[in-house]
Ligand binder design. Structure first.
Ligand SMILES: Nc1ncnc2c1ncn2[C@@H]1O[C@H](COP(=O)(O)OP(=O)(O)OP(=O)(O)O)[C@@H](O)[C@H]1O
Length: 630
């Protein structure tokens, strides 16, 4: 360090500074300061919690915690009141520039100049005005290795403690990992270390890959363990770095309770790992573990490397509901048998997800999965969308023509969603394609052979549509090789598992859980939007809950609680609701409901908000039922 301090002093001279100078301690003006914070918003957001934790460890030691931008200008500070007065003399406050150019040798400026952690003690500071300080600073870098800020602890020189630097470095690493996670939210993220107990700690390496397996980036410890520079890693993939095909990674996480992965790195080092992939629809596809991770294995006895298992996508969907289990068993029997499958079910019951799982488990999994929603394409376009067209087939046709969705599904699976909404005129054409296995694009005399599996879905009663003259009977019989019906959410017996699974997908740490009260309400809700509704509701609730681990009634949106309140059955049996006094013979539901509200009001001392919370309804609902309370 002494050499680095001497070099820094030389630089300070070159900047035209001299030790006795009284430097410019003026901070940025108000609007410039706001601009500085705004420009560093992401850094600020992720650094402040780590700064607060760091500060808790050093509180009452006459120290301050400082965050600067990449140039050394202070963005945020936390400090001991008794030290603040002294600190103000040298302006350890937001908006002041602590680069070497401005203040000569100091931990912040020197850490930036050296691109390395720096401790500058007492008279090691270049300016005499700063000799009463002792400072420890660590640069914060992004995944490309660029310094984006500095974390620093500065205090009275008599308060110097040799462990301060270790704390600062750990906190900087924590901030870097947060920035990394935010930058690669939708990537496959692998947390790895040779010692399994270090996975999930600051020591773990983290590497990100595209869903196709291409290397994107690694954090500081990841780069260290991989032993390659960032540019050298760009040519790599998941399998070239960790010796496991990507498909085996997906398979691993389709098992009911996947443990840590055993991986052989390109340099021969064996590591253990845990992978995650967050999809934009909010579900993790990789962290198939609904249960907490199994305890790490002792270091001395690494588990024998298991033979790669192929776990099915269908099995991944199977979360314990008996009706669903039957559906999965049935479709499992016809996989690859060229039997068209018709999936029935209300909106949002997961028909498309099931179709995708069937495709993934079929012998055509390597081919394309092409989904067409017949209800969402305008009737005038559906023909060209499905069958494609030749160049110049109609006004507005693209120059080179288009292949059409049927041909795009060649070699894979075509999923026709909302088949009941297929225009009647096109149904005969579709039937011909299915019978002859040939597609004739619009405006073309040529027929092209096509080879695909067909899965259709509908939430209409197709027999009724046939009776109404809206659906062709011959097409119906061609489509319904195997008909399966997905149960609506209100009939599923695995609601708790499903909720847990969605919550695991909502946040990387998967730490939210639902309260028994809310689960009881969920069990009584009608769920008209099925999984789509449940997913959205849980996503909002997780945001509402923030740092609270348990999702309770107070995190539920009002419209949901209103819906529940309008479902009389919802009042029976929830732990939140005291059972109404012995029902009066002949009382109707409304009377029972009123009795329950009055009882809850009494139990909550007439407090409307507490009563609403206890009953799982909004305050408006209470006022609606008992208008005299307004
Ligand atoms: N088992 C499940 N667990 C969690 N989320 C699910 C599950 N099944 C479906 N979803 C989610 O619910 C939403 C609707 O699913 P999907 O599109 O498969 O339903 P659908 O029955 O095809 O709906 P629609 O009839 O409206 O087209 C999607 O966001 C999907 O990811």
């Amino acid at each position: 360090m002494a050499a680095a301090i001497a070099t820094s002093h030389r630089r300070s001279h070159e900047y035209g500074l001299y030790p006795g100078v009284h430097p410019d301690f003026a901070p940025l003006s108000g609007s410039d300061l706001s601009f500085l914070v705004e420009r560093n918003r992401i850094l600020h957001t992720h650094a402040v919690p780590a700064m607060e934790t760091l500060y808790q460890q050093i509180a009452n030691t006459h120290n301050m915690v400082l965050l600067t931008d990449a140039q050394g200008v202070i963005v945020h500070s936390l400090g001991d009141a008794d030290f603040l007065e002294k600190a103000n003399r040298v302006a350890l406050t937001a908006g002041v520039d602590w680069s070497e150019e401005s203040k000569g040798t100091n931990a912040i400026g020197t850490a930036i100049a050296e691109h390395a952690p720096a401790t500058v003690h007492a008279d090691q500071h270049f300016l005499a005005a700063n000799h009463f300080l002792t400072c420890s600073a660590a640069p914060i870098t992004d995944h490309g290795g660029n310094v984006v800020g500095v974390l620093d602890v500065s205090g009275d020189r008599r308060s110097f403690h040799k462990h301060t630097m270790a704390l600062v470095r750990m906190s900087a690493l924590m901030i870097e990992n947060q920035l990394f996670a935010a930058a690669f939210e939708n990537a496959i993220t692998l947390h790895f270390h040779a010692r399994p107990e270090f996975i999930g700690t600051l020591m773990a390496g983290i590497a990100s890959f595209t869903p196709g397996g291409r290397f994107l980036a690694a954090n500081r410890n990841g780069l260290f363990q991989l032993g390659l520079s960032c540019p050298a890693l760009q040519a790599h993939t998941f399998s070239s770095l960790f010796g496991l095909p990507l498909s085996a990674l997906y398979d691993h996480y389709r098992s009911a309770a996947p443990g840590l992965l055993d991986l052989n790195m390109h340099n021969g080092v064996r590591v253990r790992g845990r992978a995650e992939l967050r999809l934009t629809n909010g579900m993790h596809v990789l962290t198939g573990a609904f249960e907490p991770m199994p305890a790490a294995q002792p270091v001395a006895q690494p588990a024998p490397r298991p033979a790669p298992r192929r776990m099915s996508s269908l099995r991944y969907l199977n979360t314990g509901d008996a009706q669903l289990e039957q559906v999965i068993a049935k479709v499992g029997k016809v996989l690859g048998r060229d039997v068209p499958i018709l999936v029935m079910g209300e909106t949002g019951t997961g028909k498309e997800l099931l179709a995708q799982a069937i495709h993934n488990d079929s012998p055509r999994a390597a081919g394309p999965f092409v989904a067409v929603n017949c209800a969402s394409i305008p009737e005038t376009l559906i023909e060209s969308e499905l069958f494609g067209y030749e160049e110049g087939a109609f006004t507005g046709a693209r120059k080179k023509g288009a292949s059409g969705r049927l041909l795009q599904a060649n070699g894979g699976t075509l999923f026709l969603d909302e088949i009941g909404d297929m225009p009647y005129s096109l149904q005969a054409r579709l039937l011909r394609v299915l019978q002859e296995r040939m597609v004739t694009p619009l405006g073309s005399g040529k027929s092209i052979p096509v080879d695909m599996e067909l899965i259709c879905a509908t939430n209409h009663d197709l027999r009724k549509r046939i009776a109404d003259g809206l659906f062709r009977e011959d097409l119906y019989y061609r489509l319904n090789g195997l008909v399966v019906k997905l149960p609506p959410l209100r009939e599923r017996t695995d609601l708790e598992t499903v909720v847990r699974k969605i919550l695991v997908g909502e946040r990387e740490d998967g730490r939210h859980r639902i309260s028994d009260e809310v689960l009881a309400l969920f069990r009584r809700h009608r769920w008209p939007g099925n999984f789509r509704q449940l997913n959205n509701l849980l996503r909002t609730a997780v945001i509402m809950a923030g740092d609270e681990h348990e999702i309770g009634l107070r995190h539920m949106p009002d419209d949901f609680l209103d819906d529940i309140a309008d479902t009389p059955a919802a009042f029976a049996g929830t732990s939140a609701v005291p059972a109404p006094a012995a029902p009066v013979a002949g009382a109707n539901l409304e009377e029972l409901e009123l009795a329950a509200i009055l009882q809850a009001l009494a139990a909550n001392g007439g407090n409307i908000s507490a009563t609403a919370r206890a009953l799982g309804v909004s305050r408006n609902t209470i006022y609606r039922k008992l208008p005299h309370l307004r």
